[in-house]
Design a protein around this ligand. Structure first.
Ligand code: ZN
Length: 86
């Protein structure tokens, strides 16, 4: 065994870590098509159900312009709704 060899995490280990991080930061597991650790948000779990989406990763993750536009419109509505009530 060499100190330099680090076994890559298995899919199951990655999945377990993801679930833990989602529970910690989101209170639920994110299962969206574009679920990812977002470096723009300091490694926060983000998917398309989050207000943090669309983020800087949208193109890397292959989101279409329509999907991004729809998410932007939804966010604006959510934010306006929040201000509107106060
Ligand atoms: Zn991102």
């Amino acid at each position: 065994m060499s100190d330099q060899e680090q076994p890559a995490p298995t899919d199951q280990e990655i999945e377990t870590q993801w679930r833990q991080d989602c529970a910690t930061w989101r209170g639920a597991v994110l299962t969206g098509k574009y679920a990812h650790y977002c470096y723009e948000w300091d490694g926060l779990p983000v998917d398309e159900t989050c207000l943090e989406w669309p983020c800087g990763c949208e193109k890397t993750l292959g989101a279409s312009e329509d999907e991004v536009a729809a998410a932007r419109a939804r966010n604006q509505e959510l934010l306006h709704g929040r201000y509107g009530r106060d």
